[in-house]
Design a protein around this ligand. Structure first.
Ligand code: UDP
Length: 239
């Protein structure tokens, strides 16, 4: 199998395969924040995120969500469909937290009766600015029909994920998704779903996500391992 490095990301590297429609994502032991301004090596993080994201994507595939995920190859690698990423971060919020709380001067944890979706333009030089639907079409990032699809799909994914996390005693506060287009132009959920790009709180209000790193709350791998254990317990029960 050829192993040509196609793309080097902050948390993952992407390699080509002999099949032009498939890529291998290799999860790395690196944590970054502030667009890479703070960077740390965290042993074991890549494995945990790969295992967590693989379990979630397997369940999403089973639930009929169109995703790029084919299968997990090893502790740190996944086989995925090749997509061209739409340069949008699609954020959905079930509760106030993070930049939303800051922007509107609201305490964290307030329930948003109707979950709110936000778009950020994925552009490192511009620091991923907050943009609205009209900016998205103006910039040619997606058509208005595609924007409508991204939003409805994100809401559907939220309903599934909220329920799954509730089953393991966790509140899904917010998360970020990325989508891409395959060779036929079909939009697929891509990237990853892990505690790196969502917020998960337990019943006691502990953060089991990247805020542990952002806010220096303790050991990141310890809390990610707890999320993995709980997801694995449910996955085993269902098999
Ligand atoms: N998020 C992400 N990548 C980013 C920015 C945010 O995965 O570049 C996720 C983040 O983990 C959280 C959600 O999107 O689950 C909303 O993040 P927020 O806008 O509150 O920003 P933050 O407080 O993380 O700066």
């Amino acid at each position: 199998m050829s192993t040509q490095l196609l793309y080097q990301g902050k948390a993952k590297d992407i390699y080509g395969t002999d099949d032009p429609d498939q890529i291998i994502s290799v999860y790395k032991d690196q944590a970054t924040m502030l667009n890479g301004a703070r960077k740390e090596e965290i042993a074991g993080k890549g494995r945990l995120n790969n295992l967590i994201s693989s379990l979630i994507f397997e369940r999403l595939n089973k639930a009929g969500v169109a995703t790029h995920f084919i299968k997990r190859l090893s502790e740190t690698e996944q086989l995925n469909k090749m997509v061209s990423i739409i340069p949008l971060e699609v954020v959905l919020r079930n509760r106030t937290a993070g930049s939303f709380s800051k922007r509107f001067g609201l305490k964290e944890g307030l329930v948003l009766e109707t979950p709110i979706i936000e778009f950020y333009y994925k552009n490192d030089d511009l620091d991923d600015p907050f943009i609205n639907d009209e900016h998205v079409t103006f910039l040619g990032l997606a058509t208005s029909d595609e924007v409508a699809y991204l939003k409805s799909e994100t809401r559907r994914i939220n309903e599934l994920l909220k329920e799954w996390f509730a089953e393991i005693g966790l509140t899904l506060v917010d998360f970020k998704l990325e989508f891409g287009k395959d060779k036929d132009g079909q939009i697929l959920l891509a990237d990853e779903f892990s505690p790196d790009n969502c917020r998960l709180w337990d019943a006691k209000g502990n953060h089991l996500d990247k805020d542990v790193f952002r806010r220096n709350l303790g050991s990141l791998t310890e809390v990610y391992a707890r999320v993995l254990e709980r997801l694995q317990a449910v996955a085993e029960k269902e098999e």
